[in-house]
Design a protein around this ligand. Structure first.
Ligand SMILES: NC(=O)c1ccc[n+]([C@@H]2O[C@H](COP(=O)([O-])OP(=O)(O)OC[C@H]3O[C@@H](n4cnc5c(N)ncnc54)[C@H](O)[C@@H]3O)[C@@H](O)[C@H]2O)c1
Length: 322
C-alpha cells in the first residue's frame, strides 16, 4: 500500500472536487482532475486557476499560490489514464449511490492495486459503496467540508475491510495539506451532519414554539457558544464550564423537555467519579495541573479576543432580502 501519497487524481471536478484538487495542489502534491470527459476537466482546471488568482488577489491565498497550483494541477487525460499512476484517488461525483458505484468500479479497475481510493460522500455509508471497489482494503470515505479550500476538517470513515495503514497514509496527506482528519464510524450522517442537523432541528423547534425568531436564534448561536466552536469542541467547553454545572443544567432541561435532553450517561459517570472539569483538575478531556489550567485560560482569552477583532474587522455577514 502507498505509505506516502505524492500523486492524486480527483474524479469529479465540480464544486467539492475542484476545491479538494486546489487544496492538495497548493500543498505541493501532484494533482490531476478528471470529469465526465476531457473537455469538462479542462474547463474545470481553467475555473480553478481563475478562482485561485481571485483568492490570491483578495489576500485569501499567499502571493505565488496560483503559480504553485498551476505547476501542480493538470487535466486532459481520461479517467482510465489519470487514475492509473496515482497514489490516491478521491471520488467527488454526484451524491448518487448508482453514479458513485459505477465511477468507483471504473476507478478501482484502472488504478494500481496499491492505490488508495477515497470518496467525498456526505451521506452514503461505506458499506453501500464498498462492493463496487476492487481491493476494498484500500477504500474509505474522505469527507471534506465546503468550501474545501478554507475548511480544515475532514471526516474519515473506514469500512470493515479498510486497512489501518491506509487511514494513516490519508491522515498524513491531510496533515501535509494543513488539514485535520478525524476518524468516525460508518453510520448515517457520520458526526458532522448528525451534530449539525441536531442543532438545526432544535433551532427550528425554538422558532416553531415562538421562543425566538430565526434571526435571534442565529444571533445567539453566533455570538455565544458558536463563538467558541472554532477553538474548542463540546467536551472541552463542558470541561471549562464545569461538568457538575452541566449535570445540573441537564436536570432542568430534562424536566422541561424529557428524555430528549436527559443528562448523558457519560456526563453522569464523570461527575460521579469526581471529575468536575478544569476547575478541579479532572476533566472529561483529561487532567489539568495548575500550569495547564492557566494555559487553557490564557489560550481561551486570546482566542476569543482575536475572534472579536476579526468579527469587528469583517463586519456583519451579508443577508438575503426578506
Ligand atoms: N456541495 C457541498 O457542500 C458538499 C460538501 C461535502 C461533500 N459533498 C459531496 O461531494 C460530492 C460532490 O458534490 P459537489 O457539490 O462537488 O457536486 P457538483 O455537482 O458540483 O460536482 C460533481 C462533479 O462530478 C462530475 N461527474 C458526474 N458524473 C461523473 C462521472 N461519471 N465521471 C466523472 N465525473 C462525473 C460532474 O460533471 C461534476 O463536475 C458529493 O458526493 C457531495 O455529497 C458536497
Amino acid at each position: 500500500m502507498a505509505k506516502t501519497i505524492n500523486t492524486v487524481t480527483v474524479v469529479g471536478a465540480g464544486y467539492m472536487g475542484g476545491g479538494i484538487a486546489q487544496t492538495l495542489a497548493l500543498a505541493d502534491l501532484s494533482v490531476e482532475i478528471v470529469d465526465v470527459d476531457v473537455e469538462a476537466a479542462k474547463k474545470g482546471l481553467a475555473r480553478l486557476l481563475h478562482e485561485a488568482q481571485e483568492f490570491e488577489d483578495q489576500g485569501l491565498y499567499e502571493a505565488g499560490s496560483t503559480e504553485t497550483i498551476k505547476k501542480n494541477l493538470t487535466a486532459g487525460r481520461t479517467l482510465e489514464e489519470a487514475v492509473a499512476d496515482a497514489d490516491f484517488i478521491e471520488e467527488a461525483v454526484f451524491e448518487s449511490p448508482e453514479v458513485k458505484r459505477e465511477v468507483l468500479g471504473k476507478i478501482s479497475q484502472h488504478a494500481r492495486a496499491d492505490a488508495i481510493i477515497g470518496t467525498n460522500t456526505s451521506t452514503i455509508p461505506v458499506h453501500v459503496l464498498v462492493s463496487a471497489v476492487k481491493n476494498p482494503e484500500r477504500f474509505l470515505t474522505v469527507h471534506f467540508s465546503n468550501p474545501a479550500p478554507f475548511i480544515p476538517g475532514v471526516e474519515l470513515v473506514s469500512g470493515e475491510a479498510t486497512r489501518p495503514d491506509v487511514v494513516e497514509a490519508v491522515k498524513d496527506l491531510l496533515a501535509r495539506a494543513g488539514r485535520e482528519g478525524a476518524e468516525v464510524a460508518d453510520t448515517p450522517g457520520m458526526v458532522l451532519n448528525r451534530l449539525q442537523y441536531a442543532l438545526l432541528k432544535e433551532a427550528a423547534s425554538v422558532v416553531e414554539e415562538g421562543i425566538a425568531s430565526a434571526e435571534d436564534v442565529d444571533t445567539v448561536v453566533r455570538t455565544t457558544f458558536g463563538f467558541r466552536l472554532g477553538f474548542f469542541g463540546p467536551f472541552a467547553i463542558a470541561d471549562q464550564a464545569g461538568l457538575d454545572v452541566y449535570a445540573k443544567g441537564f436536570s432542568t432541561l430534562s424536566e422541561a423537555y424529557g428524555e430528549r435532553l436527559a443528562p448523558p450517561k457519560l456526563l453522569a459517570e464523570n461527575v460521579d467519579a469526581g471529575r468536575h472539569g478544569v476547575k478541579n483538575g479532572k476533566g472529561w478531556t483529561g487532567d489539568f495541573d495548575e500550569e495547564t489550567k492557566a494555559a487553557v485560560i490564557a489560550y481561551r482569552n486570546k482566542a476569543y479576543a482575536r475572534m472579536g477583532d476579526l468579527l469587528r474587522e469583517l463586519g456583519p455577514a451579508p443577508k438575503g432580502k426578506k
